[in-house]
Design a protein. Structure first.
Length: 81
């Protein structure tokens, strides 16, 4: 059986890629990054712009901090590519 080829061909150079940081939500109560599972998802439509980047909605997800148990809403902007 032929193996499914993934990744780049043998001998290919690694290309330089721009790096994008993923923003990790920090608990507003204690500063911990150890959040619990998301429990709900709400999508709110609405256009806006932050630092020149446009978005057409936000997703709001509820969760609790694993460290202090405090409730928080994690917001994610839906960027327009
Ligand atoms: Zn916390």
């Amino acid at each position: 059986m032929a193996k499914k080829s993934t990744g780049r061909p043998v001998g290919a150079q690694t290309q330089d890629r721009p790096v994008a940081d993923e923003v990790i939500p920090v608990c507003p109560h204690c500063g911990s990054r150890d959040r619990g599972e998301f429990r709900s998802l709400r999508r709110v439509d609405g256009c806006g712009e932050i630092n020149g980047r446009k978005y057409d909605g936000v997703e709001l997800r509820n969760c609790n901090c694993n460290n202090c148990g405090g409730a928080m809403v994690v917001r994610r902007h839906l960027w327009i590519a």
